[in-house]
Design a protein around this ligand. Sequence first.
Ligand code: FES
Length: 95
Amino acid sequence: MQLFRAGATSVLLLKINGQYHAYQGRCPHQGAALVDGDLDDGLLTCPAHRWQFDATNGRGVNPESARLKCFPVHVVERKVLVEVELGGVNAEPEP
Ligand code: FES
């Protein structure tokens, strides 16, 4: 697991069985950093209060009502690209 920043958005990048997955970096419960959690057998567990998510699709396991925001991932010429909407952040350098 690795955490990246894109503007104000933190992105958790996971590689499971050769497939990359990207999710919001903060837990939807109270915002703990998911990169500090556990990833075991496709199950991502938050370090704070142990909420659990299916790491292959972001769906909540415990509780089932929880869900991680997913970001599309593309592998192009051995580079991993994650689509993140920057929402109000200017991605272009200021003149
Ligand atoms: S902050 Fe993740 S379970 Fe509470």
